[in-house]
Design a protein around this ligand. Structure first.
Ligand SMILES: [Zn+2]
Length: 280
């Protein structure tokens, strides 16, 4: 076969051809093995220790419907197995930290059947407390001064979190503040390449979303201008991306209030996430 190839392509062409075939084969094998591993993780039971840990650390876990809990379990396992977790600023990375972060991040995905879990995300960096960020901002903007941050989400595949804030956010499930949900909502928003508060939707779903979202954002800004109290955190007024992230926090942590005060936004988020936290 190699002789036939050399007659057709010459020596250099044949070697190049075989190298390409070799690389493609190795890549295909890797993809096949990764998918096989994911399938196994999705179907294997949630480790008992993790379940207990989540019950203690994240009270919302026990309130989840069984089917949501099941999907969440599989996605959490894939997340912990595939993402690179790194302790920064002296933090020692533990399984507990990984599971508490991964489970909360995967709640945003648990309403849908998925084969991949945050495919663009490579690393989660965790600091013990707030960390100081300066220079380039999350979306390429510049911070005027270095500032203390609870979390950041980068389009280049990194989420940075303060463990202190993650823990607090997981423990208090009704204050509308959860840095993990916030930063991972940014990851979903950034998946289409633009951080604008419009997650990766297509066709009529994208149009419906854009219409509802723009109207809701405008109403929210009007309310703030008139000094009214809002269910969504004021920080949402920063831009469309922050509105989506803070609305996500409210959706999961102040669901009844959000459904009451902003029913259309609640329904849009319910459809997008495939979840109905008001019923939990
Ligand atoms: Zn944000």
């Amino acid at each position: 076969m190699f002789i036939e190839l050399t007659q057709r392509l010459g020596w250099v062409g044949s070697v190049s051809f075989l190298m390409i075939v070799g690389v493609a084969g190795a890549w295909g094998w890797q993809v096949y093995m990764r998918q096989k591993k994911r399938k196994a993780l999705l179907s294997s039971p949630f480790p008992e220790g993790w379940e207990q840990l989540l019950k203690e650390r994240w009270p919302v876990y026990e309130t989840l419907p069984d089917e949501v809990k099941k999907r969440l379990g599989g996605y959490t396992r894939i997340f912990v197995a595939e993402k690179n977790f790194e302790g920064c600023g002296g933090l020692e990375m533990t399984e507990e930290i990984k599971v508490v972060i991964a489970a909360q991040a995967c709640l945003l995905l648990a309403g849908r059947e998925l084969k991949k879990v945050y495919p663009a995300l490579k690393s989660v960096l965790v600091y013990p407390h707030t960390f100081v960020a300066g220079g380039k901002g999350i979306f390429g903007g510049k911070y005027d001064e270095p500032s203390a941050r609870l979390g950041e989400s980068w389009q280049t595949g990194t989420v940075i979190l303060s463990w202190h804030s993650v823990e607090g956010g997981a423990r208090n499930i009704e204050d509308g503040h959860n840095v993990t949900l916030h930063e991972f909502a940014h990851q979903l928003d950034q998946a289409d390449g633009v951080a604008d508060g419009a997650p990766d939707l297509h066709g009529s779903a994208a149009k419906t979303w854009a219409h509802c979202f723009q109207q809701e954002f405008k109403d929210f800004l009007d309310q703030l201008d008139h000094g009214k109290r809002t269910v969504i955190d004021d920080y949402g007024a920063t831009n469309g991306a922050e509105f989506f992230a803070t609305a996500t926090e409210a959706f999961f942590e102040k669901s009844a209030q959000l459904a009451d005060k902003r029913p259309e936004l609640y329904v849009a988020l319910k459809d997008y996430y495939g979840l109905d936290p008001e019923q939990w």
